[in-house]
Design a protein. Structure first.
Ligand code: GUN
Length: 299
């Protein structure tokens, strides 16, 4: 069997079109343009790239974005003060603090300082806590895990009752992805560096989400025939044939997995575009909620 490739870029593009339309409707109703603040501390090149891409995509759908850049040696207090200012700014409906923060900064305190009503990354402990609880609804769901679920559904996967395996337990992807799968009534196993016989656990997965950050660690023979595979990894591997000297690969050995799986996301062009679309959707929904506007349900 050769797997279907799940085209995250195409699905994200559809979401952006509907977001743009919803932003226009919001403005026509007399409300303010959605505003997103991106807080960037230090000069990590990858973080700068991500924030640039997020701001570019915001502009495309009509969301006003502001970059708030702080020096790498900023104090805890300076960062938290900036967050407090943004919490109080009525033109800002969403605040994202790009991670990782520089060494020595208390990430938990910074994320906890964000108003839960503007927590468009969904990383505030109250939003994550509600995600983990039955009968509670977080105001925001983290964009990357939400994108994984959207991609699975769009590929036709049945989540209810499925054996779902999440490899990786990060706060940003693995853990919230597992919580979302539980909400979809999947039977979920969370794997990590201490998991015994990871290959056998993966081989039992009807749904496999790989979010470990290890280039092509998951091989084709770890995958159950007919499984749905979502590859969250974005790893650089040296490649002299490329102008920039590297290429991007996922956590799954794509060329092997495509021979076994039923459907699989590529890297790049799978989960990555969904992350940005999810952030924009959360920002629009926040602007709608904070301004008392009832929007339409979106993907
Ligand atoms: N670092 C890696 N992924 C993310 C993300 O989704 N949001 C933020 N703010 N930082 C990140």
């Amino acid at each position: 069997m050769t797997a279907r490739i799940i085209d995250g870029e195409a699905i994200a593009a559809e979401i952006r079109v509907s977001l743009k339309r919803e932003v226009e409707k919001l403005l026509l109703s007399g409300k303010s343009r959605p505003g997103l603040a991106a807080v960037l501390v230090g000069d990590d090149p990858a973080s700068h790239t991500y924030v640039r891409l997020k701001r570019k995509a915001s502009a495309e759908v009509g969301i006003e974005s502001v970059a708030q850049e702080l020096a790498a040696d900023s104090s805890q207090e300076q960062i938290e003060n900036l967050v407090h200012e943004l919490n109080a700014d009525p033109t800002i409906h969403g605040i994202l603090v790009q991670l990782p923060l520089p060494q020595g900064i208390d990430e938990e305190a910074v994320l906890g300082a964000i108003s839960i009503e503007k927590d468009v990354d969904g990383f505030h402990p109250l939003n994550i806590g509600k995600l983990a609880m039955k009968g509670r609804e977080p105001l925001f769901v983290p964009a990357t895990p939400a994108g994984c679920i959207t991609l699975l559904k769009s590929a036709g996967a049945t989540l209810q009752g499925a054996n779902a395996v999440v490899v990786g337990r990060s706060n940003i992807v693995g853990m919230p992805a597992a919580l979302l799968l539980v909400r979809e009534n999947a039977t979920v196993t969370i794997c990590h560096s201490r998991t015994k016989d990871l290959q056998s656990v993966c081989r039992n997965a009807d749904i496999l989400i790989a979010a470990i950050g290890r280039a092509e660690m998951i091989r084709g023979d770890w995958i159950k025939p007919g499984a749905f595979v979502i590859d969250v990894g974005t790893n650089r591997v040296d490649d002299a044939s490329k102008e920039r000297g590297y290429r991007l690969v996922g956590d799954v050995a794509f060329d092997e997995a495509i021979e076994v799986a039923q459907a699989i996301t590529p890297v790049p062009g799978g989960v990555g575009p969904m992350t940005i679309a999810g952030l924009l959707r959360n920002t629009l929904q926040s602007a709608q909620r904070l301004q008392g506007y009832m929007g339409e349900a979106m993907l």
